[in-house]
Write a protein that binds this ligand. Structure first.
Ligand code: ADP
Length: 319
């Protein structure tokens, strides 16, 4: 490989900048040419490609978001769009591509690799909803943002003796709700992977009140349903004052944690190593403390799994 390009695609995540920096600097270290593609696959099709050097990625390791911007691009899901992308890469003499993004972005990466472009995926999404890796870049920052919010809400919940429902991100995966709920000491956690019975949730809340608890925090993953609706159900049943907070895009922002910066730096560098070795159609992941590479086909055919023993523990500890 002689010329590597990097793009970020889909939902942004804190730590993407640290991954871009690692791809650029590791490439330069090995004497390769390296370019950044703006606005994900949309920018690739449009030719928004610019050569980067060591200085281009200075002062971004601590910044949230992505310097290369991100986009969603329906055109890239058509074969005409993909052909345009391949042609653009050929015109720029790019022979290796690093895609930083989530599940959808990896489907795009697979399509490119099937068209002969050497492509490596780096998992960047706050949801942690990818298989073949214990962590995705951005998840640790997002759960820290969430517990920061929970702690603050707890202060006012305690003072006013109120019940709060906090809705966090996670359409298909309850990772954010589960870990932030455990770490934030939420009374109840509702996630898509674990069937719950609203009646039992309400009974638990009432039991808590009977033994003198004056406030409660219920964490809801957005995939389970609207926090607002769950708040209404609780208010109707109990007659308590219930407040609902939707954390929303707050969870996507902020300076990445040390964990995310280190993970992103390692994963970005590994993507370059894989391209140098002539690999393609792989996704980088972490198992325990070791980085691994998995076939992107295998990754896309495997379901993301959540460790429900952690969910059960959160239930035990919030009894
Ligand atoms: P994420 O990567 O965060 O899951 P999306 O699902 O929005 O985000 O995907 C990002 C982009 O990846 C899409 O806008 C599209 O350009 C591309 N993409 C998604 N699915 C496919 C697919 N099946 N084939 C080709 N490209 C895809």
């Amino acid at each position: 490989v002689r010329h590597i390009a990097v793009l970020t695609s889909g939902g942004d995540a804190p730590g993407m900048n640290a991954a871009i920096r690692a791809v650029v600097r590791k490439s330069v270290y090995h004497g390769l040419k390296v370019s950044g593609i703006r606005h994900g696959y949309a920018g690739l099709i449009a030719g928004e490609i610019e050569e980067l050097d060591v200085g281009s990625v200075a002062d971004i390791i601590q910044r949230g978001g992505t310097k290369l911007y991100t986009a969603r691009c329906p055109e890239f899901q058509t074969s005409e769009g993909q052909e345009k992308a391949v042609e653009m890469l050929r015109q720029h003499h790019i022979d290796g591509l690093v895609v930083i993004g989530g599940d959808g972005s990896f489907r795009g990466a697979r399509a490119l690799s099937h068209r002969g472009v050497r492509t490596i995926g780096v998992p960047g999404t706050i949801d942690n909803d990818l298989p073949c890796t214990d962590y995705t870049i951005g998840f640790d920052t997002a759960i820290n943002t969430a517990i920061d919010a929970i702690d603050k809400i707890r202060d006012t919940a305690t003072s006013h003796e109120r019940t709060f429902v906090i809705e966090v991100m996670g359409r298909n995966a309850g990772d954010i709700a589960m870990i932030a709920g455990l770490a934030g000491g939420a009374e109840s956690i509702l996630i898509p992977e674990a069937p719950f019975n609203m009646e039992q949730v309400l009974e638990k809340l009432e039991r808590g009140m009977e033994r003198g608890k004056r406030h409660s925090i219920i964490l809801v993953a957005e995939g389970v349903g609207k926090g607002m609706k769950i708040g209404e159900q609780i208010a109707q049943r109990t007659g308590w004052e219930v407040r609902v907070i939707v954390l929303g895009h707050l969870q996507r922002g902020g300076s990445p944690t040390a964990f995310d910066r280190a993970l992103a730096s390692r994963m970005g560098a590994m993507a370059v190593d894989l391209l140098i070795r002539g690999e393609t159609s792989k996704m980088v992941g972490i198992r325990g403390t070791k980085l691994i590479a998995t076939d992107i086909d295998e990754a896309l055919d495997t379901a993301h799994e959540i460790d429900l023993s952690i969910y059960e523990l959160a239930g035990v500890l919030s009894i």
